[in-house]
Write a protein that binds this ligand. Structure first.
Ligand code: NI
Length: 278
């Protein structure tokens, strides 16, 4: 790996973390709780969201990561959520995986498609994937009415319209934690500290048989400034935890993702089941 790549990746990831942490008060708080237990940990993956519209689609967002040496590790279809996604890993193993999903806008109403196209048309011409990732202020502000209208069809579209292209969640690698025997015990720790987890009774998505187990907190609610200076509380981002299992016959941990699991995880930014974490 080129040494310059190393620095560039670190700089990009640090930017993504700072932006995410500023919107997700629980992330730094949970990190603090884990550190108090003596844990040190790394990130398993970072999830980014976008619309499948040419100037900002998945390929555009993937380009800066591919330029920095990341390689494609999987493609995923979420028919229920109308999403397509790809995962990328860095061969050095030193950096978190990148998971990028895009909303298949043509599968929604004409109204949604028109709204989304209007938002994208307000972005600077010839914007690059790297600019989208680094300069969140490019994203135009939408009205709360637009947000609510999109929410009726797709929570994902509403989230993206308000927050723009940015990190939806960071995921702690549970494999790098050493004071919890399993994900269930980690979940118990989070709940005992006042955090509500996604998934109702099924708090762990995926399974050992699928080589990946994940759980996530419900997204933080933060005051968000919409167009016309209107500020209202909406749910921003969540924090996720992933435990990977070795692929049989190898010593390597599974490197991909599980669509079945992610379909449920996507629901943790939904407003319906929201409960405040203290
Ligand atoms: Ni994830």
């Amino acid at each position: 790996m080129k040494p310059s790549h190393h620095l560039e990746i670190k700089t990009l990831l640090a930017h993504l973390w700072n932006d995410y942490a500023a919107m997700t008060p629980q992330a730094n708080h949970i990190q603090g709780l884990l550190r108090e237990r003596g844990e040190t940990f790394v990130n398993d993956h970072i999830a980014l969201r976008t619309f499948n519209i040419a100037p900002i689609n998945l390929s555009v967002l993937a380009a800066p990561f591919l330029d920095l040496g990341y390689v494609l590790t999987g493609e995923y279809h979420f028919p229920e959520k109308k999403l397509f996604a790809k995962s990328f890993s860095h061969p050095s193993g030193e950096f978190p995986r990148i998971f990028i999903s895009e909303l298949l806008t043509e599968e929604f109403s004409e109204k949604l498609q028109t709204t989304v196209k209007e938002i994208v048309a307000r972005l600077p011409k010839n914007i690059t994937g790297k600019q989208l990732l680094l300069v969140q202020s490019f994203w135009p502000k939408v009205t709360h009415e637009t947000y609510r209208e999109l929410q009726e069809e797709s929570e994902y579209a509403a989230w993206l319209s308000a927050f723009g292209v940015r990190t939806n969640h960071f995921t702690v690698s549970a494999n790098s934690l050493h004071t919890f025997g399993n994900l269930k015990s980690l979940n118990g720790f989070l709940e005992s500290n006042g955090y509500c987890l996604n998934g109702g009774l099924k708090k762990i998505q995926g399974s050992e048989e699928l080589f990946l187990e994940q759980s996530s907190t419900l997204a933080s609610e933060i005051p968000w400034e919409f167009a016309n200076g209107v500020t209202l509380p909406i749910r921003s981002c969540y924090y996720e935890f992933a435990l990977r299992y070795p692929v049989p016959g190898t010593w390597e941990l599974y490197d991909g993702f599980v669509s079945q699991s992610a379909d449920r995880i996507f629901e943790s930014t939904h407003s319906g089941d929201y409960q405040k974490a203290s």
